[in-house]
Design a protein around this ligand. Structure first.
Ligand SMILES: Cc1ncc(COP(=O)(O)O)c(C=O)c1O
Length: 451
């Protein structure tokens, strides 16, 4: 690797960063991460911090998970790649599908369709949902419903169901027939409702209203995250997802759970759907399926959806969709080792305990700092603070202040993520109590510096 002077001089010069303005990356060069161990990352200057971001919600088992590294190396030696398009397969994907079937059995999901990441999983689920209805003779069911504030990746389909203007406006026109429902976001909502249970009911009524307006027979699926993640960690009331499930079932609409973040333990339950006692028809997974060590994902398919495809005799069920890297054997080997470690470590237990600690710590910081308008969490290791310049009016914070919080927190020992007015925490699920305290102390320093 080139020396640190070279890296700093060329930082952001010849590449564009995702989710960033190219000129901003050049004016404010990103932190160059050069190493990681456990839950800590080290930058090019040798500064080491606790990673409060967990890579990007994906390194659930930390950076030193040797069994996954060994599995990747061994698979590269044995079979580095072969396609699983019609006619060929590989041993790793067969074994993985059986293990995923066992893992997702309580969610009612029994088949896997492999992808190369979260956006691919969303695209796959949207397409399979339309095809499901066509197979059943309801070709008019083509529309999609989703939540405002939802994040579903950045492919054209995913961006179309995405509920945040930042990921939409510059790429419009998007897919027609995608309609958005208010999110159960108590801090800001069109109903001015702060009670989570009442707000959940209002959002469910809005969903019913939209279905009546569109016509149930035109809608293929509703896609939602069990806990809205990238949109600012918005946990709904416990009645919300079961309510969505009931409405979808009543109207023949498939429910797609986008669990790219929440599958494999992050909420303190094994899946977000299980957290709320819901069985979806399709589930999007990626990220922690390989602990972030290999780009990989899987759409999990409910038994009744699978049977509709498998028993079809019309020819409409042939899947005309897939990626060169669907079922990559190295990804599958990584996922097998990752799943075994995830189960062995029983990560939801620690996610719930450390999540409660972080959430409580943020609530304590809110008592101290006026700038913290809202604190959200309480469902595993996903928390957020929404910063405001004025608590009474909830006027959004300015960029400079929130960036100062982030920078000083970094200098004080923790990497945290800024997303709009939110500071988001999604550390590895193996975080210790001391490491959670380091994140909280670093945020305290950052907030204090921001004045
Ligand atoms: C809920 C959800 N869906 C989809 C995606 C897209 O995943 P990827 O970035 O791997 O394409 C993300 C990424 O953060 C996500 O949080």
């Amino acid at each position: 690797m080139k020396d640190s002077n070279f890296l700093k001089e060329h930082n952001a010069r010849s590449l564009w960063h995702p989710m960033a303005h190219p000129a901003d990356s050049q004016a404010n060069p990103p932190t160059i991460v050069t190493g990681a161990q456990g839950v800590r990352i080290t930058d090019v200057d040798g500064h080491e911090v606790v990673d409060g971001v967990g890579g990007l919600w994906n390194v659930n088992l930390g950076f030193s998970c040797q069994p996954i590294k060994d599995a990747i190396a061994a698979q590269l030696d044995q079979l580095p790649y072969y396609s699983i398009f019609r006619g060929t397969t590989n041993d790793a994907v067969i074994q993985l599908a059986e293990e995923l079937r066992d893992f997702f059995e309580p969610d009612g999901l029994s088949r896997a369709f492999y992808t190369s990441g979260g956006s691919d999983s969303v695209e796959t689920a949207l397409r399979l949902a339309r095809q499901y209805h066509k197979i059943r003779g309801e070709a008019g069911r083509v529309k999609f419903l989703s939540l405002k504030k939802g994040y579903h990746g950045t492919h054209m389909g995913g961006a179309s169901v995405n509920g945040n203007a930042n990921f939409r406006t510059q790429y419009e026109p998007l897919l027609p027939g995608c309609h958005h429902i208010p999110a159960p976001y108590t801090y800001r909502n069109p109903f001015d409702e702060t009670d989570p249970e009442r707000l959940a009911q209002l959002c469910l009524s809005a969903l019913e209203d939209e279905i009546a307006f569109q016509g149930a027979g035109t809608i293929a699926a509703m896609i939602m995250e069990p806990v809205l993640g990238a949109g600012g960690v918005i946990p709904p009331h416990e009645s919300f997802m079961p309510g969505v499930r009931e409405i979808c079932s009543r109207h023949g609409i498939l429910l797609i759970a986008d669990e790219v973040i929440t599958a494999f333990g992050r909420t303190g339950s094994w899946t977000g759907s299980r957290h709320w006692g819901v069985q979806p028809d399709l589930m999007c997974t990626a990220k922690a399926i390989t602990n972030g060590y290999f780009p990989f994902g899987a759409v999990m398919i409910a038994e009744h959806v699978a049977e509709t495809f498998e028993k079809d005799e019309s020819g409409r069920a042939a899947v005309g969709h897939g990626y060169t890297y669907s079922g990559h054997p190295v990804g599958a080997a990584a996922a097998l080792a990752c799943l075994a470690e995830t189960l062995r470590l029983n990560v939801p237990e620690n996610a719930a305990a450390r999540g409660a600690q972080l959430h409580q710590g943020l609530l304590t910081l809110q008592e101290k700092y006026e700038v913290i308008g809202d604190v959200r969490g309480g469902h595993g290791l996903m928390c957020a603070m929404e910063l405001v310049s004025d608590r009474a009016s909830k006027a959004p914070i300015d960029k400079k202040t929130i960036n100062t919080v982030q920078e000083v927190a970094y200098q004080s020992g923790a990497m945290v993520r800024v997303s709009g007015p939110n500071i988001i925490l999604s550390p590895p699920l193996i975080l210790s109590s001391d490491e959670a305290d380091i994140i909280l102390a670093a945020l305290d320093a950052g907030l204090s510096a921001a004045g």
